[in-house]
Write a protein that binds this ligand. Structure first.
Ligand SMILES: CC(C)(COP(=O)(O)OP(=O)(O)OC[C@H]1O[C@@H](n2cnc3c(N)ncnc32)[C@H](O)[C@@H]1OP(=O)(O)O)[C@@H](O)C(=O)NCCC(=O)NCCS
Length: 217
């Protein structure tokens, strides 16, 4: 474990699943990550995100992206935390897979969210990284349920959820960039998880769990 991971347990967290390595982004990663962001995450006709951060351009997008990820670290506390894992496929950065929760000690639930650079869509990577984070959540972090929300016109996200075992459990009316959009709600129970074809190896989960429970290690 390196010196910074000793100080900040999320930096010691690492998930390996076949060709994927997933771990929290470090500052040294951001230049590579933003190259993938600038190359595009979705087509111009779709806005898959409830906060439309991909509408920002150039330096504004870069600063907004950095502040979001720094803010996530800075605001982590037992009452509310989010974990965004950078995803490397065969050594190449391809996207981010995250989960966010609040009041976790009581609710034991959290919502997954993800994106991949467009170049990497449609190869099963989105399914594999979602399977891997669900294994992390259920087997190592103490989740009893995982949820997802996808706009009705986001077929790839709903396709991933279905393949991983989530079931639809409702819909919400959402103001997307000022217009009404339907957000499909999905829920995954541990017994429904379609596990990945590869073993999932996890390092550093105990110290991360202690941190989000407010315990010192
Ligand atoms: C959502 C996302 C992560 C999916 O990743 P992906 O690697 O492209 O997905 P997969 O290749 O694993 O595809 C999973 C399933 O989705 C479905 N699917 C994918 N593209 C589809 C499309 N255009 N239309 C209908 N179904 C589609 C298929 O059922 C596919 O399974 P199959 O390959 O067995 O047919 C990726 O598309 C992405 O980053 N999109 C932009 C950001 C985003 O939407 N994030 C999620 C916000 S909720």
């Amino acid at each position: 474990m390196d010196a910074l991971a000793k100080l900040w347990p999320p930096f010691g967290l690492r998930v390996t699943c076949g060709p994927l390595v997933m771990r929290p982004l470090r500052d040294d990663d951001f230049a590579e990550v933003l190259t993938v962001v600038h190359a595009g995450i979705h087509g111009p006709d779709l806005m898959p995100f409830s906060f439309p951060w991909t509408d920002f351009d150039g330096a504004e997008q870069e600063r907004q992206f950095l502040q979001y990820h720094w803010g996530e670290r800075a605001s982590l506390k037992p009452e509310a935390w989010a974990l965004d894992l950078g995803v490397w496929h065969e050594g190449r950065f391809v996207g981010v897979q995250g989960v966010a929760t609040h009041d976790f000690q009581v609710t034991r639930t959290g919502e997954t969210g993800s994106w991949l650079g467009m170049e990497f869509h449609g190869r099963g990577i989105g399914t594999l990284m979602r399977q891997a984070i669900c294994v992390l959540c259920f087997d190592h972090l103490g989740f009893e349920e995982v949820t997802s929300g996808a706009f009705a016109d986001n077929q790839p996200s709903q396709g991933v959820s279905r393949k991983v075992g989530y079931r639809e459990n409702g819909a919400r009316r959402f103001a997307r960039k000022g217009s009404l959009a339907t957000m499909v709600q999905l829920v995954l129970r541990p017994e429904d998880l379609v596990r990945p074809a590869y073993d999932v190896e996890v390092e550093g989960a105990e110290r991360f769990v202690a941190l989000v429970q407010g315990r010192a290690t």
